[in-house]
Design a protein around this ligand. Structure first.
Ligand SMILES: [Zn+2]
Length: 279
């Protein structure tokens, strides 16, 4: 059982999906992926009061995943500049049936923003998974300082039963990332994008090295992987020819430093438990 815990669906300037759910499922089949988490994107309200058209709204996530709800698991997104963040999240979970919430601090907020506190409380009480982008930013206009994994410690301590996923290894704050994950048992780490960090910043064997350190430090039960999904448009990285499933290849083919059981945990078993999937 393979679960891809981190995918994005590209949306064009007119707010239309650039890949159909049928095509998405087809790609999953080709790659041997049974189930994918499809992440929403909320950039908040712009300074002129307008909505960002390329955002993947909670409603669009629901629409996309409705094609095959067994295999496409939708996550909402929230930005604290919304008039009522808690109400938006409650609507996504209770009315739209989404299973978690993704936050992108580089879009201009500190993860410990008091306006998000009741969202965290709600997610803890309702057993809703919270995911934070950490580390590198995606677009030049983003603010990298808000992506520091150190902020997540404060949330993990304040909400000890909340399940928090920290994404992307936190680069360049990898030691901070490791330390925050080690110190908080309610934190799960996501290793999506490590192979692109390795390539972009020319760090030999970074992905392999960091995954191994994570396994040795926090064990294999608190690690999930993801592909980022098709057609990323991240100008700081690459926009084409992404070796979509390289992390999966690293895990599947690494017989020297990872045990079979550890690979199975990372590739799917941990996600099955987190998402309560019936297989
Ligand atoms: Zn992502």
């Amino acid at each position: 059982m393979v679960v891809d815990f981190h995918t994005h669906v590209p949306i064009n300037d007119n707010g239309i999906f650039e890949i159909t759910p049928e095509e998405f499922i087809h790609k999953m089949d080709q790659a041997g992926i049974d189930c994918s988490v499809v992440l929403g994107v909320d950039s908040g309200i712009k300074s002129d009061g307008a909505e960002e058209k390329t955002d993947f709204t909670d409603e669009k996530v629901k629409e996309f995943c409705a094609f095959n709800p067994e295999r496409l698991i939708g996550f909402a997104s929230i930005h604290p500049n919304r008039p009522n963040p808690l109400r938006k999240v409650q609507n996504a979970i209770e009315n739209l049936g989404l299973k978690g919430v993704k936050l992108y601090p580089h879009r201009g907020f500190i993860p410990t923003d008091p306006k998000l506190w009741d969202v965290y409380e709600y997610c803890e009480q309702s057993n809703v998974i919270l995911m934070f982008h950490t580390g590198i930013k995606a677009l030049q206009e983003h603010r990298i300082i808000f992506n520091s994994p150190v902020y997540i410690d404060e949330i993990a301590v304040s909400f000890p039963k909340l399940k928090i996923i920290m994404c992307h290894g936190g680069y360049p704050w990898t030691e901070e990332f490791l330390t925050v994950a080690y110190s908080n048992p309610n934190i799960i780490v996501d290793i999506t994008f490590l192979e692109h960090i390795e390539k972009t910043f020319a760090i030999p064997s970074f992905a392999h090295y960091f995954i191994k350190r994570l396994v040795n430090t926090i064990g294999s039960k608190r690690i999930v992987w993801g592909s980022e999904g098709p057609k990323l448009k991240l100008p700081l990285f690459e926009s084409k020819d992404i070796s979509y499933f390289r992390i999966k290849d690293i895990l599947v083919n690494d017989n020297e430093s990872l045990k079979e059981e550890e690979k199975d945990d990372i590739l799917g078993n941990n996600a099955i438990k987190l998402l309560n999937l019936q297989y």
